[in-house]
Every structure is written in structure tokens, then in C-alpha cells.
Design a protein around this ligand. Structure first.
Ligand code: MRU
Length: 370
């Protein structure tokens, strides 16, 4: 994607991919939208911290970051025991997105069969392949989603006279992947193909990935969009102002249950009640073929209370400040905070899953299992 006319991916390696002391570069997403900063990562510990603090975030991107985490660890020690312990640390750094397990397992499959002297080079190559594949998968999602958007747009009463209104939640754009995004990939493809698209962007409390990241991406690319509070989507749907919903996902079960950022389920309920088509856009590494019941089986990450009690923003003098929005602690009872970070939308509320292979109803999804 272009940022100030320079092409960027969200993660890249400095040095030769076959060298023995590479560093990994990321865009620090905790600084957006106020500052665009890149940082270098040269150790496993730093990579795990970047994933936990959400300097890198989004299911496909944390998968890619974990793959590079394995490479950085191998620069220190290539023994079986060490690699297996590192794999567990990476997989558990954020529990909900299945892409972490998928990417780390793929790295293990590649390197554990090799002689320790061959492992480092093979790991850097495999991580680069994972990144390139992610870009290709997301591009393909964009093309399948584009056909879908054109179809929904053509069915509107007067498609020539107004844009298609698409609601999205959280950030499933290029920042959440290596490039292109998942939910936003079809939107970029439609915009680039000349389809008039307008995006309703849920702000996505508590961390505001919609207001901070999705709005920033869409603004960079020139896609018309409007940020709304998380509670506004249902009202807009009741008044015919949402033509379709497209979200990303952190894990989709083999039966089509969609686990995504907290609040997605409420949007799906409102969409169902208002007959608005609800799609999840996911590359196949986000599908967990081992799971069949998302509500019972998916571990929902509980994040810190601080994310709910505090907000970060830009003051009128340009300074970035963090404020506490809760009552003070010295009242009769202390205010408690809970912060479940994801929810599960049952397959019955999902119109379709947009994958790199095409668009499937939840019950058709299992047909693409290879
Ligand atoms: O907690 P986050 O910001 O990592 O959550 C991200 C989401 O929920 C995205 O919608 C999901 O990972 C899909 S990313 C293409």
C-alpha cells in the first residue's frame, strides 16, 4: 500500500533473506493515526512484546510476525528443545487468532526435519513465503469480494444515483495483514474499479482500531468513509443506509462460526434482523478445521482493563495524550472493568465467507478443506 506515495508492507526484513543476522521491521500501529513510525525488531522477546502490545495486530499479520519470531529465535539457538519452547511462547502471545498457531506450526514442520545447521536459512525463507502468500491470498479475496460488491450494488433500487454503503468493524485492512487486507481488500478493489463505495467505519472500542486504523487507511487510499460510534450500525441498517457488512475474522470454525473483534456479533444480529447481507472475508489460514463450535471452543482473549478505562487522542495543541474516562477510585464502590476482546457470530447469522477460493455459505465452507 502507498503511504505518502511510498509502497509499504506492514512487515519486512532488512538484509538478505539468507543472511544470519537479520532484523525485522514493522509499522508501529500503536502510534497511528497520529504518527507513522516504523520500528526494528531483532529478538524473539521484542517480537512477542510487539504482538502482545499490538504494535503488530490483525490475525494474518500476527501470524507473519510469529513466523519471523521463530527466525529471530533461531539466530540464538537452533536446537529442537529451544524451538519447541519458543513455539509455545509465540502461539500463546495472543490466544484467539488461529493464524499464530498455523504460522508457527508451518515453521516447525519446515525446520525440525532439517539438520540444525540448515535451519536458520530455511526459516527466513519460509517466513518470507508465508508473507508473500498472505499478499496473494488477500488479493484474491479482493477479486472475489469485488464481484460480490458489484452484484449487491447492481441490485440496489437506483445503483447509478448512489454509492454502495458497506459497514465494517475493527480493522481488517492492509494494516491487519502483510498487504491488501481481508475485509477491506474487496473495498479497495471496488473503489479502484470505479464502483462508488462508501464505508461506515465502526470506531471499535476499546482500542478504536476502526477510528484510528481503518479510517486512516481508507483516507490514505481515497475511499469515502464515515466513522460511527459502535452503537450506530443497527440504527443505520433499520433506515436502509447499510447495503452489506464485511468484516474480517480471527478464527472461523469449519462450520462457519466467525470469531472477530468484540462487537461483531451485535452487528451480525442487526444485519440479520434487517436482511442486510453479512460477510466475513478470510484467507484459508484463518479457518480452524479442528473446531466445529465456535462458542464452546474458541478461547476469547481477555485484555487489560486499562484499554477500557483510558483513551488516547490528539489534543488541540497537537500533543498526544491519554485520559481516564472512568469515575475516580475514591467513591463508595470501585468501578470494575471487563475487556473481552473478541466474540463469536454463529454461522446462522453469516451470509457468506469470502475466501481466496471464492465465496461460500457457512455450510459449504468445509468443501474447500484440502
Ligand atoms: O485485536 P486486533 O486488533 O488484533 O483484532 C483484529 C480483528 O479483530 C480483525 O478484524 C481480524 O484480525 C481480522 S484481520 C484481517
Amino acid at each position: 500500500m502507498l503511504i505518502n506515495r511510498q509502497a509499504y508492507r506492514t512487515i519486512w526484513v532488512s538484509g538478505s533473506p539468507t543472511a544470519y543476522s537479520n532484523i525485522v521491521n514493522i509499522i508501529d500501529q500503536t502510534k497511528l493515526p497520529h504518527h507513522f513510525e516504523t520500528i526494528t525488531i531483532d529478538s524473539l522477546e521484542q517480537m512477542i512484546a510487539a504482538i502482545k502490545t499490538m504494535q503488530v495486530r490483525g490475525a494474518p499479520l500476527i501470524g507473519a510476525a510469529a513466523a519471523y519470531g521463530v527466525c529471530l529465535a533461531l539466530q540464538r539457538d537452533t536446537s529442537d528443545d529451544y524451538i519447541i519452547s519458543v513455539a509455545q511462547l509465540l502461539i500463546h502471545s495472543r490466544p484467539t487468532a488461529v493464524n499464530l498457531r498455523w504460522a508457527v506450526q508451518r515453521m516447525l514442520n519446515k525446520i525440525l526435519v532439517l539438520n540444525p545447521l540448515q535451519r536458520l536459512e530455511a526459516a527466513w525463507l519460509e517466513a518470507a513465503i508465508i508473507c508473500n502468500e498472505d499478499v496473494q491470498l488477500n488479493q484474491a479475496i479482493g477479486q472475489h469480494g469485488l464481484a460480490l460488491i458489484k452484484n449487491v450494488h447492481a441490485q440496489l433500487l437506483s445503483p447509478q444515483s448512489r454509492p454502495i454503503n458497506i459497514l465494517t468493524h475493527c480493522n481488517a485492512g492492509w494494516l491487519a495483514t502483510v498487504d491488501f487486507g481481508t475485509a477491506l481488500s474487496p473495498i479497495y478493489a471496488a473503489h479502484d474499479a470505479g464502483v462508488a463505495v462508501h464505508v461506515w467505519v465502526d470506531e471499535t472500542r476499546p482500542r478504536n482500531q476502526g477510528a484510528s486504523l481503518t479510517a486512516w487507511e481508507l483516507a490514505q487510499h481515497g475511499v469515502p468513509h464515515t466513522v460511527i460510534s459502535d452503537n450506530a450500525g443497527g440504527h443505520l441498517m433499520q433506515h436502509g443506509q447499510v447495503d452489506m457488512v464485511i468484516v474480517g475474522a480471527d478464527r472461523v470454525t469449519s462450520t462457519g462460526d466467525v470469531c472477530n473483534k468484540i462487537g461483531t456479533y451485535l452487528k451480525a444480529l442487526a444485519a440479520f434482523d434487517n436482511k442486510v447481507p453479512f460477510y466475513a472475508a478470510v484467507p484459508s489460514p484463518t479457518i480452524d478445521w479442528l473446531m466445529i463450535d465456535g462458542l464452546k471452543e474458541i478461547e476469547i482473549e481477555e485484555r487489560s482493563a486499562h484499554e477500557v478505562s483510558h483513551m488516547i487522542g490528539r489534543l488541540s495543541n497537537g500533543e498526544i495524550a491519554e485520559i481516564n474516562i472512568l469515575p475516580p477510585n475514591n467513591l463508595t464502590v470501585e468501578t470494575q472493568v471487563a475487556n473481552p476482546a473478541f466474540d463469536v457470530t454463529p454461522a446462522r447469522l453469516v451470509t457468506g465467507i469470502i475466501t481466496e477460493l471464492g465465496v461460500y455459505t457457512p455450510d459449504q465452507l468445509v468443501s474447500i478443506k484440502s
